[in-house]
Design a protein around this ligand. Structure first.
Ligand code: ZN
Length: 383
């Protein structure tokens, strides 16, 4: 019997790395290289870092992030944000982000950051945005020089605990033809419902602009409901708690509540971040992460990194964990990847060639590589 290479699991790590991946939910201030944090801190005279060598610093970030609390998790950002207060620093961090994602096989990424967090040393929000866009342009060129192609779009985030939503939304519209592709709100969810920034969302809708909302991570269904039905979110950041509206009977039959059914019917993309969700306690483990059930039920699920530094992760690592936990093969990985590309905020006619000319042919080629490896293995055994 010939095994199907598309369903073979776990997917070999080298093939996961080579496979094209699409990332919709990644925070710029959550993905710095530890060495870069140390160098920027030294340049800027920032002395609060909890470690002085890259390994120890990296360990400190992941350990702090495994606290099980979203609030404490968010505190790790004080250090990364502290060293991202100049144009040079922002540009460098964005450049390295694009290079690192491209080296991990990411072909399209939407990376988000909150301009309002980077104005402590006198930059204004527009200067922050321009420095980051310049860094991503540098990074995309540098990636090509290394043989990797990546396109990076920027999402501007407003902190849900603050009141700059409308201003950041206006900045999103002002820069939408220059590399900014959408808007988001992030930060502590409990007590700060999405409707707090309703004027920003109404403005964006009137301007035909795209936005996603962090919802259903630390807080439950009401947050998801507000994000979709009051604010009109195109996508949900995490959305893990949508499983609270799904009932699985002992016999395995499943029934969806009205909200879960709406999310699935309308094909609302869920930006799921498995490792991050385990770290903040939004999911108990990778093995029990709702992504398994939601994928089975055909929700528009996507796989993301959230904060690569704090979670010690990458797109390849997230895919690898899911392949191990749920038996996913290259077919599943391709499904997640196409889902993500369909859900991107760049124009439809720019998404299609990435799906049809990059993603699909490359997965087909990788399945052929795996099939050959599998039959090659049989041949060797017989010889
Ligand atoms: Zn996030």
């Amino acid at each position: 019997m010939v095994m199907d290479a598309g369903t073979f699991s776990p997917i070999p790590e080298d093939l996961i790395l080579r496979a094209p991946k699409v990332l919709l939910h990644d925070h710029l201030d959550g993905g710095l290289r530890p060495q870069t944090i140390l160098e920027l801190a030294a340049e800027q005279g920032y002395t609060e870092l909890p470690a002085t060598d890259p390994e120890a610093l990296s360990r400190w970030f992941t350990e702090s992030a495994y606290s099980g609390s979203l609030e404490r998790y968010l505190k790790t950002f004080a250090h990364t944000v502290a060293v991202m207060q100049t144009e040079e620093a922002l540009r460098r961090v964005a450049l390295e982000c694009a290079i690192d994602l491209a080296a991990d096989g990411v072909v399209y990424a939407e990376v988000r950051f909150a301009p309002e967090l980077h104005v402590e040393k006198g930059l204004d929000e527009a200067q922050v945005v321009e420095a980051v866009l310049a860094g991503f342009a540098d990074g995309q060129r540098a990636a090509v020089a290394q043989g990797n192609h990546i396109r990076v779009g920027v999402l501007l985030t407003a902190m849900r605990t603050a009141s700059h939503g409308r201003k950041i939304a206006e900045l999103t519209v002002a820069y939408r033809d220059k590399g900014v592709v959408g808007f988001d709100i992030a930060g502590a969810e409990a007590g700060y419902p999405p409707t707090r920034h309703l004027d920003a969302f109404e403005y964006l809708s009137r301007e035909n602009a795209h936005f996603t909302i962090h919802a259903g991570e630390a807080f439950g269904l009401p947050s998801i409901w507000e994000a979709i039905q009051w604010c009109g979110a195109d996508r949900l950041g995490h959305g893990v708690r949508i499983v609270d509206d799904i009932t699985v009977e002992p016999d395995g039959s499943v029934s969806l509540g009205r909200l879960a059914a709406y999310v699935r019917d309308r094909r609302i993309p869920l930006e799921m971040c498995p490792t991050s969700n385990v770290q903040t306690g939004a999911a108990a483990s990778i093995q029990t992460h709702p992504i398994g059930l939601l994928r089975r039920l055909g929700f528009r699920v996507t796989v993301n990194t959230d904060n690569r530094l704090m979670s010690g992760t990458s797109m390849s690592n997230e895919m690898s964990l899911l392949s191990e936990a749920f038996g996913y093969g290259l077919n599943d990985m391709q499904w997640f990847t196409v889902n993500a590309m369909k859900s991107a905020f760049i124009p439809f006619d720019e998404r299609l060639p990435i799906i049809n000319e990059q993603i699909k042919p490359q997965y087909t080629a990788l399945k052929a590589v795996l099939a050959e490896r599998m039959t090659g293995g049989v041949g060797n055994g017989a010889a």
